[in-house]
Design a protein around this ligand. Structure first.
Ligand SMILES: C[S@@+](CC[C@H](N)C(=O)[O-])C[C@H]1O[C@@H](n2cnc3c(N)ncnc32)[C@H](O)[C@@H]1O
Length: 478
């Protein structure tokens, strides 16, 4: 990444003003870096989400094109690489990064990111960061200058060699520092990948990349080839509905605006389509999405239901998310219920034994989509798991009550953590009190899709499939 126009290094701290005014003046603040600083600071100070706060800041700052792209790269890159950057800054500063004042700390993180992960010339990275520090933490500019000069003495490989524990004796600690993930997440990924450290490293590397934007061409509404032509993109490698958007804002795509397509990771499309396509004996008109907000899978299932003469009931407990589901499924045979999916059998709107196909796209840690939420890996904690897995078990139990005998339930998470996947499914099936068979999910995915494992469940991976790490288990009620 090179510094775009308008983000050139500052020329100095002060200069003579015009018309004989000799007062020292500050250089104008570098707007893309300032925007990145505001976004990173809001994430840390206000618990903001980068993908929500950054577009607002870019708009307020009037940043477009290359400047906006540079600010985005700095924001997302800094947040993704935060763990490694902090270890390096602690070493370079000779004190724990937590003991640096937050404004100077966030500016230093952005400076270190430029030095170690971009092609911004070192003098520009240092001088622009020192100017930034001067504006947000007066008094810390000299300190920032010294710290960044120390950071610039090594490249990222040199810092990893200095600071990471040896991979032979501490593989998790090594990978966590080298690829900037918390250790508990590295451990969880490694376990889900059967302890294969090489694959775990490839996954971590993929998590640090900018994720592609996938569109879903809604079946019956627009052909994916036509959509690919319209956006100048390519049809997906696996999902028959996927189109890869090469660039630009998806909200500007006419087919997205008029509801013939929506933004959806290809893996999400695949698991929803797998439920719709799984062979089923008997009636097939009543479909249920028990955790529908904001409506990505409900949009695809609703379009498939329209083609097949079925109707989808979409349940979502959060009212504002239920409204999003209504918007996402406008014009489709979908009834949206703003209620708790665990009410199956207790509320007449969700009768027991009524539905032919049921999707449980359960609330989860989201560890499978860290690419898309750069701050999420640092926010999630192992303590999130017990309440989430309890809810997952209860929702899957409700789904098994809602489905008719012989009907199908797909349990899906956007997390590969085995506690949320295999453990939840096995436990919920065991506690359900009904007989449950696992359907082999592999043949429900496109023929020839590699790396689907031994079944009957399927785990997709960013580094294997280019999708989010979606987990899919398909259960048939006896
Ligand atoms: C992983 S998201 C679902 C994503 C959605 N299927 C899609 O493709 O857009 C899980 C959703 O479940 C909702 N949820 C959480 N607890 C619920 C409950 N008890 N009943 C129904 N929905 C619930 C959350 O609010 C969240 O919107």
């Amino acid at each position: 990444m090179t510094a775009p126009e308008g983000t050139r290094p500052f020329r100095g701290g002060s200069s003579a003003g015009r018309g004989g005014d000799r007062r020292p003046t500050r250089p104008p603040l570098d707007r893309p870096r300032r925007a990145a600083y505001e976004a990173v600071a809001a994430v840390h100070r206000d618990d903001a989400f980068a993908n929500l706060v950054l577009p607002i800041i870019l708009r307020e700052e009037g940043l477009y094109g290359r400047d906006a792209a540079f600010a985005t790269e700095l924001t997302y890159g800094t947040l993704r690489h935060l763990g490694t950057l902090d270890a390096i800054l602690s070493d370079a500063a000779g004190r724990d990064v937590e003991r640096i004042d937050p404004p100077a700390r966030d500016a230093l993180r952005i400076g270190a990111y430029q030095l170690l992960h971009t092609r911004v010339p070192p003098h520009a990275a240092v001088s622009s960061t020192v100017d930034l520090v001067r504006s947000v933490a007066p008094g810390a500019a000299g300190f920032a200058n010294a710290v960044l000069r120390e950071v610039s003495t090594r490249d990222i490989d040199g810092w990893v060699a200095k600071l990471a524990p040896p991979i032979e004796t501490d593989p998790v600690g090594h990978l966590a520092l080298a690829y900037s993930h918390p250790q508990w997440i590295v451990r969880a990924f490694s376990e889900a990948l059967d302890g294969d450290l090489g694959e775990t490293a490839r996954l971590l590397i993929e998590d640090n990349e900018r994720p592609p934007v996938h569109l879903c061409a809604r079946p019956g509404l627009i052909d994916p080839i036509e959509l690919a032509d319209q956006v100048g993109g390519a049809p997906g490698a696996f999902s028959p509905y996927a189109v890869y958007l090469p660039g630009g804002a998806p909200g500007d795509v006419p087919a997205v605006v008029d509801g013939r397509a929506h933004v959806q990771d290809e893996g999400s499309q695949l698991v929803a389509a797998a439920l719709a396509d799984a062979p089923l004996d008997g009636p097939d008109g009543r479909w249920l999405d028990l955790c529908a907000g904001p409506g990505g899978k409900a949009g695809l299932l609703g379009a498939l239901a329209a083609q097949r003469g079925a109707r989808l009931t979409a349940v979502e407990v959060a009212e504002h998310r239920a409204r999003l589901v209504s918007q996402a499924t406008r014009g489709l045979p979908v009834a949206v219920l703003a209620m708790d999916g665990r009410e199956v059998g207790a509320d007449p709107k969700l009768p027991e034994g009524h539905f032919d196909r049921v999707l449980v796209d359960a609330p989860c840690t989201g560890l499978g989509s860290l690419r898309r939420r750069p701050e999420s890996r640092w926010r999630r904690q192992p303590s999130d798991l017990p309440p989430l897995t309890r809810l997952q078990r209860e929702l899957l139990g409700a789904a098994l009550r809602a489905v008719r005998p012989g009907g199908l339930v797909a349990y899906v998470t956007c997390s590969p953590h085995t506690v949320e996947t295999h453990v939840t499914v096995t436990e919920a099936a065991r506690r359900s009190g009904v007989s449950v068979d696992f359907v082999d999910a592999r043949p429900l995915l496109p023929a020839g899709m590699p790396g689907l494992g031994d079944g009957p469940t399927v785990q997709l991976w960013p580094h294997r499939h280019g999708t989010d790490a979606m987990f899919l288990a398909v259960l048939r009620k006896g």
